[in-house]
Structures are given as structure tokens and as C-alpha cells.
Write a protein that binds this ligand. Sequence first.
Ligand code: TXA
Ligand code: MG
Length: 337
Amino acid sequence: MKISSRDETDKFMYAASFLLNDEVVAIPTETVYGLAGNAFSETAVRRIFEAKGRPQDNPLIVHIAEFPEIYELVKEVPKSAEMLAERFWPGPLTMILPRSDEIPDCVTAGMDTVAVRCPAHFAANELIRVAGVPLAAPSANLSGKPSPTKAEHVYHDLKGRIPLVIDGGECREGVESTVISLASDVPHLLRPGNVTLPQLREVLGEVEVDPAVLKPLPKGAKVLSPGMKYKHYSPDADVVLVKGSLPDFVGFVNANQSESTYAMVFDGEQKGIEVPSFTYGNKKDPRSLSNRLFDVLRQLDTVGAKRCYVRCPEENEEDLAVMNRLLRAAAFQIITV
Ligand code: TXA
Ligand code: MG
């Protein structure tokens, strides 16, 4: 596998030649790295699922370079989609809409809707333009692992499985896009991201939050977004979220350390903790947390952590994205001290 350098002048033509031959290419986006293939090619889509080890029933997001490209992907474009695109595209927002018949079933996992996103990252956008096709792209990690926010993360997970990674440096947002379904009467938030719930409500008025955003799914429950039922973002370590004050957290960790125990805390909170610790951003700034979260979760694997106690972010509507990812990394293990 080649990691293409950023100053390669013909890199988009080069990468596009892979895509137009039904090959897959890992690309930077503003959220996380994606594993892209021609959305109209069943072979390319099959290769995406194979490379990631992704369950077949988990549909992919289709990426476009400009709003009008949405018309060939969906049945109709409601006013709500136009308003959201006007405000947030290009950017970290994915909309679910009734699909057109042009899209292969394997992209949508047989669902009657399709997820569409217009990424803001220059390289992603330019590659879609040069290739001239929309790109189906899930996050470029092995299924179950934290999403990649650096080209090195992609290389670590997918080396030997894909032919090319475009290195665009570190992803600006660090968590995957907000996913909102516009396929029902009331818009439905399926995955929180850096386009926040208050921002969505400013544009749409009423927005329902799917129960699976912050709670484990009851067994056998019908899922609106198949991705929610899978184990996600998991380092090998046993991750436990700990709610409570900083002194109580420190006391708890020091009293409950065993082999290869680590802690994940906010900036400036490492004092007094007797186990090795990582910081994952400023407590008051959800964007800084989302930016570093996946990198730190991956570092737990690098150091061979067996257990990690994590300081729990404040639970407010701005922090939903980080909380949603942490809860899944922790398999919903949360304790209050
Ligand atoms: O930021 C992102 O969205 C990144 C970058 C690469 O664009 N992509 C990404 O894709 O996170 P992925 O496949 O890792 O997550 C897509 C999520 C999954 O949970 C999937 O089940 C859901 O979106 N999804 C896709 N199509 C859907 C549909 N038609 N209905 C409901 N959920 C859908
Ligand atoms: Mg993913």
C-alpha cells in the first residue's frame, strides 16, 4: 500500500484512476478518514465491505461534491434538506432520504433510504470532482475499531487490504458526521456529531433524538440506523466511564488499579493519578474533545492498556457526539463515584 504525499501534483488524477477501476482509496475528510469507492460500482462497494470486515447489513454514506448531485441519488429533495444544505454543506452533516433506483442495493444494504453527505475537506471534494462519480465511503477503520483521524491510523488497520491512502494530515473535526433522517415526518437524529442538536433545531424546529444515541439498544429492537447495533470504537482495553468530581475520580482510580490500568482525563487533570494517564482535551470545549478522542482511544491499544477509566464529559446537548462515542467505546459501562 502506498501513502501518497500531499504535494504530489497529479495525486487526484492518480487516485481517481483507482476509483474508476473499481478499486478503493482511503481519503481524508474533515470528520474522519473514509474508505471510498465508486458508489455506482458493485465491485467497488463489495471491496469496501471486505477491506473493513463490515457486516453486509450496515449501509454506506454516499459523498458528493456539490448539492445538485443529490438529485440523482434520492427520490425527492424536501425543503428541509435544502435548508440544511444551505447552512451546513459542505460540512459534517449526513442526511437520510428516500433513495433513487440508480444506487446499487449493496450501498444501502437493501434499505429504501440513502445517506448523503457533502464533505468540506478539499481533498475529498476535489477527488469526487475529478473522478466524476459520487463516492460511497464508510470510516476507513477495521470494523469495530475507532475511526481513523490520521493516515497512520488507516495504515495501521488496512495495510495490505487496500491499494492507496491519501494523506491529508489530521482530521479537523475528529468524530464522524452528524446523521439526521429526513425520511420520517419529524426529523430524527440518528448519530450526533459536530453539527449539534441545537444547531439542527435552529434550522428545522422539532428534531427527535433516537433513543439509541445514548442508550444500549434493547435486544431485538428495530433499528433505524444499522450501524448503531454494532460494537464500536473499541480499543482492546476495557473502557469504563466514571462520573463524579475530579478528587473522587482520582481516589477511585488509585484505589482500583490493576495490571496495565490507564486513565483518560481532561487537560490539566493528571496530578495525583497514580496510573499512567492521557488527556483528551479541554472539559469546557467539546470540539477539542471530539478532535482528540479517537487518537487517544487508539493509543490505549498501542500501550497495551488492559483497563482505562475515563472522566465523563458534562452531559449537555453540545457534548452529545463525544458522549455517544465514549459510551460505545465503554460498551455502556458507566459508574458514578
Ligand atoms: O463523517 C462521516 O460520516 C464518515 C466520513 C468518511 O464521511 N463516514 C462514516 O461512515 O462515518 P460509517 O459508515 O462509518 O457510518 C455511517 C453510519 C452507520 O451507522 C450507518 O448504519 C448509517 O450511517 N447509515 C448509512 N446509511 C443509512 C441509511 N440509509 N439509514 C440509516 N442509517 C444509515
Ligand atoms: Mg464507521
